[in-house]
Design a protein around this ligand. Structure first.
Ligand SMILES: NC(=O)c1ccc[n+]([C@@H]2O[C@H](COP(=O)([O-])OP(=O)(O)OC[C@H]3O[C@@H](n4cnc5c(N)ncnc54)[C@H](OP(=O)(O)O)[C@@H]3O)[C@@H](O)[C@H]2O)c1
Length: 167
């Protein structure tokens, strides 16, 4: 569910909640199991991983959590109901978490990437032109920049878009 990046943040424990699944299409034709799976992985999974690491971060008095969410947490895409619900829920979870724990040294970054050329699009259906999309390396570099930041700043939210914007 989560990727640990000990080393990049020095001796600070870092959790990158990146795991996710997506299925787009008419909601009335989507199997309920497929809608629920997106909530389970994208929202409940992120919450579970966070729940697992938070006590150690609090004991350390510091820690960083980067949630790789999506522009779909904010921008409305037809046919993305379950995915959008999972990402918007995760955004509010991350913001609430930050409000509760930032005074205890926990930095939470909610990252909202736009379309990125990864296998998540392989499920079929419409896909933007690959040359217009972000590369996965661009998103990874942004994550590294966040977790490498000095203690005296917090990137609370990052919207990382392809230059052409919504594709
Ligand atoms: N691609 C985009 O356009 C885009 C845009 C905005 C946000 N995002 C978000 O970026 C994140 C990464 O997605 P991606 O585009 O890199 O897709 P991806 O290539 O399909 O990678 C998805 C990752 O999630 C893991 N994963 C999926 N279900 C899992 C489960 N039940 N338990 C543990 N790990 C699971 C996969 O692990 P395995 O390989 O082991 O299955 C894989 O590492 C997701 O949260 C996605 O929503 C993607």
């Amino acid at each position: 569910m989560a990727e640990f990046a000990e080393g990049l943040g020095g001796d600070e424990l870092v959790l990158v909640n990146n795991a996710g699944i997506a299925q787009f299409g008419p909601y009335d034709q989507m199997k309920w199991e497929d809608a629920l799976a997106q909530i389970q992985v994208n929202l409940a999974g992120l919450m579970a991983a966070t729940h697992a690491v938070l006590p150690r971060m609090l004991a350390d008095g510091r820690g960083q959590i980067v949630n790789v969410l999506s522009i779909a947490a904010r921008h409305v895409f037809p046919g993305a109901e379950a995915y959008a619900a999972s990402k918007a829920g995760a955004l509010m979870f991350g913001q609430s978490l930050s409000a509760s724990y930032r005074k205890h040294g926990i930095r939470v970054c909610n990252m909202l990437p736009g379309s990125t050329d990864t296998p998540i699009w392989d499920a079929g259906g419409w896909k933007p032109d690959a040359e217009d999309m972000l590369t996965p390396e661009a998103v990874a570099e942004a994550v590294v920049a966040v977790i490498s930041a000095p203690d005296n700043r917090s990137f609370d939210e990052i919207t990382l878009m392809p230059p052409k914007g919504i594709l």
